[in-house]
Design a protein around this ligand. Structure first.
Ligand code: AMP
Ligand code: MG
Length: 468
């Protein structure tokens, strides 16, 4: 049983399309996130039962669900697409957790919707397992993110370049409302829908926000904090299109995302990001660009136009200050500095410069600061030593703070690819092993040591794919 309370389905009908999921022939539970089920107040044993599996596979619509595909638009790599929408996902409904927090339960890969365009509405095992692992690692590190409740194999092939095993991810989010959701109504000059959406988002995510301008301020602040956390983990989202930016500030849409191994600020993995628009170093600027699009949507709701433009511009211009403060707090924590001062920014930035020059592994360098092994990551340890001397002069690092901020292990690209390759052959043990290792990112256990290793040159992954 799931007790649904579907607030989005009560919004005007033109904001979505009601659509049941498509049945699949051979559902099989690949993974169930029991701690997340408990957090949501769902019965994990029921979810794992035949009845629960039928729901997670889209073979049964549970009582109280109101499956629908949300409409949204978006700027993809800077170009505006007036209609995207949930083409391979369905919002089953919303649940209210025991603590009162509201969550969307979404099936990703559950068949065609009115927004599918040429696509089949399905997903294959690869992207489902990737999102399951990476989103749960992000959650374990305290990064705002959508979560993974379950992964199900469908027992049918999906056809990409070749037939691949089909799968469905059950995704949980505080909502799936994106900047692109606002753009969908703004471009249609549907002010009534925009107003309804704005009120819905304020009530749901930012109850303290005062009107559209207050909402904009809150989203600017939330995204500034989230992007700073990405930066501090060497995370590259890969497709920061406006349709992939949740107004809640949660990280959403783990497509060609990747964590850097060797640090370089210009790193890009996504095979479709030819110009490096979404490179690691560009992410804060892109967030501002996306927030400017969001602001543009809200202006028609903000009264006199010239004053509204000025107020919205000012709000978006507060991003750098919020971001820089969050960045300093995150990187200072990585260096064990509990009371960051402005000079500590330069200290952290100098380390990044030495890391880039020394081709140091991002995760291993920071993790190694605590036990003195960081210098082994550098081609030119002397430059690191000079930096470390300066760091030591800053005072005794706070060990607990560093340990919390610096994961021992991350879901490295070559590991994820190995997990997917094995799962394609029917071996799911590597998936579970990597999942356990990266969802306890701060603990040490001998069996997890190998997951902390950087890829050998021949193991290094240079490109990732959207993998729909
Ligand atoms: P993404 O790049 O994954 O954020 O997706 C961009 C748009 O393409 C969204 O509207 C998706 O719903 C849609 N889409 C992606 N993959 C599929 C698919 N296999 N079938 C239908 N629509 C899809
Ligand atoms: Mg998307």
């Amino acid at each position: 049983m799931i007790h649904f309370d579907n607030s989005y389905a009560r919004l005007p009908e033109r904001m979505f399309a009601r659509q049941p999921p498509t049945a699949v022939p051979g559902p099989e539970l690949l993974a169930l996130n029991r701690p997340l089920a408990a957090r949501l107040g769902l019965d994990a044993d029921w979810l794992a039962s035949d009845e629960g599996l039928a729901v997670l596979a889209g073979n049964a619509v549970p009582e109280g669900a109101a499956p629908l595909a949300q409409a949204y638009a978006g700027h993809q790599f800077g170009g505006f697409v007036p209609q995207l929408g949930d083409g391979r996902a369905l919002l089953l409904g919303e649940v209210v957790a025991p603590d009162g927090a509201r969550f969307d339960i979404q099936l990703k890969g559950s068949g065609r919707t009115p927004f599918s365009r040429g696509g089949d509405g399905k997903a294959w095992l690869g992207p489902v397992l990737r999102e399951y692992i990476v989103s749960e690692f992000m959650a374990a590190m305290g990064v705002p993110t959508t979560r993974a409740l379950a992964a199900v194999a469908t027992g049918e092939p999906v056809f990409r370049e070749t037939p691949l095993p089909g799968a469905i991810l059950t995704r949980v989010a505080s909502s799936h409302i994106r900047v692109g959701t606002f753009q969908f109504f703004a471009v249609r000059q549907d002010t009534d829908a925009l107003r309804a959406l704005t009120e819905h988002v304020i009530a749901r995510h930012y109850p303290e926000a005062d009107g559209p301008l207050g909402l904009l301020d809150a989203v600017v602040a939330a995204q500034a904090r989230t992007v700073a956390q990405w930066m501090a983990l060497g995370f590259i989202h890969g497709v920061m299109n406006t349709d992939n930016m949740a107004v809640s500030g949660e990280t959403i849409d783990y497509g060609p995302c990747a964590f850097m191994d060797v640090f370089h600020p210009e790193t890009v993995f996504s095979s479709i990001d030819q110009g490096g628009r979404y490179a690691w170093i560009n992410q804060p600027q892109i967030a501002v660009w996306n927030l400017a699009q969001f602001a543009t949507c809200l202006i028609p709701l903000m009264g006199e136009r010239q004053a509204a433009i000025e107020a919205a511009t000012e709000s978006v211009h507060r991003f750098p200050e919020a971001y820089e403060a969050a960045w300093l707090e995150r990187f200072a924590a990585k260096l064990g500095i509990a009371d960051p001062r402005e000079q500590d920014r330069a200290l952290a930035e100098r380390l990044l410069v030495v890391m880039a020059g020394g081709e140091a592994d991002f995760t291993r360098t920071f993790a190694g600061l605590a036990d003195g092994t960081a210098r082994d990551e550098f081609r030119d340890p002397a430059r690191f030593d000079a930096w470390a001397a300066e760091w030591r002069r800053r005072g005794q690092p706070d060990a607990a703070l560093m340990a919390a901020a610096n994961p021992r292990r991350i879901p490295r690209n070559h590991r994820i690819e190995a997990v997917i390759d094995a799962a394609r052959e029917g071996d799911r043990a590597p998936f579970h092993a990597l999942f356990d290792a990266v969802t306890h990112p701060r603990e040490d256990r001998a069996e997890w040591d190998d997951f902390a290793r950087a890829p050998a040159p021949q193991e290094r992954v240079r490109a990732t794919f959207c993998g729909t």
